[in-house]
Ligand binder design. Sequence first.
Ligand code: KIV
Ligand code: NA
Length: 277
Amino acid sequence: KKRNTIATFRKMKQEGQKITMLTAYDYPTAKLLDQSGIDGILVGDSLGMVVLGYENTTQVTMEDMIHHIKAVSRAVDQALVIGDMPFLSYHMGIKESVKNAGRIIQEGHAQAVKLEGGIEIIEEIKAIIRAGIPVMGHLGFTPQSIHQMGGYYVQGKTENEARKLLEDAKALEDAGVFSLVLEMVPAELATMISSQLSIPVIGIGAGVGCDGQVLVTHDLLGFYHGNIPKFVKQYAEIGQTIKDSVSQYIKEVKQGTFPREEHCFHSERISISQLYG
Ligand code: KIV
Ligand code: NA
């Protein structure tokens, strides 16, 4: 099977096939997601919270992102790999924005970048696309603006907000983004925006009417002990599996029942009694 590209995403929308995406931040997880047949892997700046122990995504740096995007890119043969642009990496002018997007491709080996915002960053987005870098947009709840938004709130709940969201989505499409993430948006609005745009809309907390879905893998697997948002479905309890396994290991080491004979090496060429002297 051929490697997924932004053309694969476009084609899937045209054919009405749902697009599946999850996040990954390291080699083994990315490998497992890829082997499971996921369409796209996002190295999200959720990295900061689920892997690095930061309070929110505003602490994530370009260096953090590049380090983890590299690891994911090494693992993936099939999925489209998209790297998040971190806080302030696309707000310090066109030149700096293109340079940072370029690093995600050149050093991180991602195939595309994602960044948050609409009309206010449209010139940066156009410049990045002109440099040959595919851009995924991100509207609705945008975690990097957490301090401005004042909390984790659904976006687009009023007529004015909904109209602004649709305008932003259309502006992003016109600017040339290949796809758009909608986060925490009323399901009916997300369905309408998905039908109005020709690019695939990937929802998270945006209902079943989007062209695809994305979730944070750690939330889906139960591998994270922060707040699990309402829009997450937890498919596994990896956290509990890890705790149970580690408790069992501790118990067996303390009891002397691990390691057992099958875990040991032996040599006939040494005489242990001689070594005691
Ligand atoms: O950082 C991230 O994981 C994201 C997704 C939740 C869309 O931006
Ligand atoms: Na993100």
